[in-house]
Design a binder for this molecule. Structure first.
Ligand code: NAD
Ligand code: UGA
Length: 452
């Protein structure tokens, strides 16, 4: 009978996912392990290593009861009935496939820990996002244990989004489980069945499950790039991107969600997973398919460059020695995560133009400092937007934090150099109101409002 669940990898996925499983399945013991001792220590402290609305309450409820964060990888593996593997799978930076393929070294090292410490048969669950057919390689490593131990592999990709992770985990659109062994699939399904309706627990073959995760992210990112490409056309033609997407989205075949134009998608996964898909298509001899998906990433890079280009041309073709407040550095609202945030590229381009950049974010300042530690230029960090904006020539809004919507823009205007500019990279603000205050306002994919 299933008693002990272990998760290897205490990151953005492993930490919250296991907290919710522990919360929903009080009869199981759930242990999350990691090679990063500082991360484990943070999970056991009052200051969790990631910010996620609702996470702290769940962790506080379960930690020490049936949820444990531990550095004892060997002990946890020995006790485990089911092992979720939730380690990072970043883009390879070296050798064959550098810049596109997934770096699977952390996955393989995990598999080797499992065979080193396991003393009984286990179900091993791929929770990390992996190239299609990884389970085959993983199976071969696990089979080589030399002690006759049996490991059954199940693919169970995670679809949570940061900022809404707890909500997504508690009420997922679907749970996907792929495998070859019906018994192992049912064991994993029975965990989720504690709170997810059975009709939302979908089972497929292993390869479909692995590929579905890459495809889901590719389709989502493609929607964002499609809308952003049209935002450029809107700016040239007088059409308004919010009006276009609202009207197009009313077609139930298109749907309303995920059609918000902005400065481009960020986050640790969209770019890496599409590049992984591009690599796989090339590997399997499908260059046209690879080129099709690669364009989604190219369009994303174009959107950030286009945004900085607009800042530059609007501010009389120079931002050198001008103070610019960057409002928001996280890749989206409600997270402190800055991985692949478009704010990094925008800030670097502004610094290359010799702007003096003042970054303000409610949760991401520590990560912003790390991201820019090796970037040359004059950059400073604030949590108070009014301090950040003091004496600036422009505000560039890069993250859709709701609190930026509710600021006193009259007060901000009064403390800025004139003419004062706002570049709203998320179409978050009321452009008419800002214009009436005196700002020159540049939203994305809609009419700019200037006093010139
Ligand atoms: P992360 O970097 O936050 O966490 C991964 C953790 O694994 C790290 O703490 C690292 O120290 C640990 N680790 C690496 N090798 C290890 C080993 N050999 N033994 C023990 N621990 C080890 O990554 P993440 O954001 O949680 O993503 C994990 C996976 O989930 C990735 O494949 C990612 O694509 C996928 N995913 C992420 C999200 C997301 O929102 N972040 C959503 C869905 C899927
Ligand atoms: C995304 C997916 O939504 C999750 O299903 C998936 O599990 C996860 O990637 C992953 O595999 O890591 P996440 O990156 O956390 O989740 O956040 P999203 O809400 O998808 O936003 C991604 C980026 O797209 C953000 O920068 C966001 O600002 C941008 N975006 C999103 C837009 O610009 N417009 C939109 O309409 C939606």
């Amino acid at each position: 009978m299933l008693k002990n669940i272990v998760c290897i990898g205490a990151g953005y996925v492993g930490g919250p996912t296991m907290a919710v499983i522990a919360d929903r399945c009080p009869e199981y013991t759930v242990t999350v392990v990691d090679i990063n001792a500082a991360r484990i220590e943070a999970w056991n402290s009052g200051n969790l290593p990631i910010y996620e609305p609702g996470l702290e309450e769940v962790v506080r409820r379960c930690r020490g009861r049936n949820l444990f964060y531990s550095g004892d990888i060997a002990g946890a593996i020995r006790q485990a009935d089911v092992i979720f593997v939730s380690v990072n799978t970043p883009t390879k930076t070296f050798g064959t496939g550098a810049g596109k393929a997934a770096d699977l070294q952390y996955l393989e090292k995990t598999a080797r820990s499992i065979i080193k410490y396991a003393e009984s048969d286990k179900i091993v669950v791929e929770k990390s996002t992996l190239p299609v057919r990884t389970a085959q390689a993983l199976g071969r490593v696990l089979e080589a244990n030399g002690r006759g131990l049996k490991f059954r592999i199940v693919s169970n990709p995670e679809f949570l989004a940061e900022g809404t992770a707890i909500r997504d985990l508690n009420a997922p659109d679907r749970v996907l489980i792929g495998g070859l062994d019906a018994d192992a699939i049912e064991t994993v399904a029975s965990i989720y069945a504690h709170w997810v309706p059975r009709e939302k627990i979908i089972t497929t073959n292993l390869w479909s499950s692995e590929l579905t995760k890459l495809v889901s992210n590719a389709l989502l990112a493609q929607r964002v790039s499609s809308v952003n490409s049209i935002s450029a056309l809107c700016e040239k033609t007088g059409a308004d991107i919010d009006e276009v997407t609202a009207a197009a989205g009313l077609d139930s075949r298109i749907g309303k969600k995920f059609l918000k134009a902005g400065i481009g998608f960020g986050g640790s996964c969209f770019k890496k997973d599409i590049l992984n898909l591009v690599y796989l298509c090339g590997y399997y001899g499908l260059p046209e398919v690879a080129a099709y998906w690669e364009q989604v990433v190219k369009m994303n890079d174009f959107q950030a460059k286009r945004f900085v280009g607009k800042m530059l041309s609007s501010m009389f073709n120079t931002v050198a020695d001008k103070r610019i407040a960057v409002f928001g550095f996280a890749f989206k609202a409600d997270t402190g995560d800055t991985r692949e945030s478009p704010a990094i590229a925008v800030t670097r381009q502004l610094l290359e133009e010799h702007a003096l950049v003042r970054i303000c974010d409610p949760k991401a300042i520590e990560n912003a400092r790390l991201d820019l530690a090796e970037t040359e230029g004059d950059v400073s960090f604030f949590t108070d937007p009014y301090l950040a904006a003091e004496g600036t020539h422009a505000i560039a809004l890069l993250t859709d934090w709701q609190e930026f919507r509710n600021l006193d823009y009259r007060k901000l205007y009064d403390m800025m150099e004139k003419p004062a500019f706002i570049f709203d990279g998320r179409n978050l603000l009321d452009a008419g109101m800002l214009f009436d205050i005196g700002f020159n306002v540049y939203p994305i994919g809609k009419k700019e409002r200037t006093h010139f």
